[in-house]
Design a protein. Structure first.
Length: 121
C-alpha cells in the first residue's frame, strides 16, 4: 500500500512541475503579445535625410599649446640574478640551470677528451 501511495505522490509532483512549466510559458507568451500590440499601435517616426540648405560649412581649426612639466624622474630597478647550480652561469643564460655545467661532458669526436678542453688548445 505504501508503494502505491509513494508512486501516486511522485506522479502528482511530476504533473505539478509540468503544469507550472507550461503555465509560465503561456504567461510569457501573453506578455510578449501585449508588447507587440503596443509597438504596432505606436505611430511611425519619419526621419528626413535631405539637407535643409546647400550652404557649405566652414571648418575652423584651433591649436592649443600645453606646457609639459620640466621635471625628469629617474627610476632605478634592481634585478637579482641567480646561479642555482653554482657553475658561474646565471640561470637565465644557463641551458641547464639545475645541473652544474662542469659535470656535463660533450665528446663529439669520441676521443675521450671533453670538447671544451680541446677548443682551448
Amino acid at each position: 500500500m505504501k508503494k502505491i501511495n509513494h508512486k501516486i505522490s511522485l506522479s502528482i509532483i511530476a504533473l505539478l512541475i509540468v503544469g507550472f512549466y507550461f503555465c509560465s510559458k503561456i504567461a510569457l507568451a501573453e506578455s510578449d503579445d501585449e508588447n507587440d500590440s503596443e509597438e504596432r499601435n505606436a505611430p511611425a517616426q519619419v526621419i528626413s535625410t535631405a539637407p535643409a540648405d546647400n550652404t557649405p560649412q566652414k571648418a575652423e581649426t584651433k591649436t592649443i599649446y600645453t606646457k609639459l612639466s620640466d621635471t625628469i624622474s629617474t627610476t632605478t630597478t634592481t634585478i637579482i640574478r641567480h646561479d642555482s647550480d653554482g657553475d658561474g652561469i646565471y640561470d637565465d643564460e644557463d641551458p641547464h640551470p639545475t645541473i652544474n655545467e662542469n659535470f656535463i661532458v660533450k665528446d663529439a669526436n669520441l676521443n675521450g677528451i671533453d670538447d671544451r678542453y680541446e677548443q682551448l688548445q
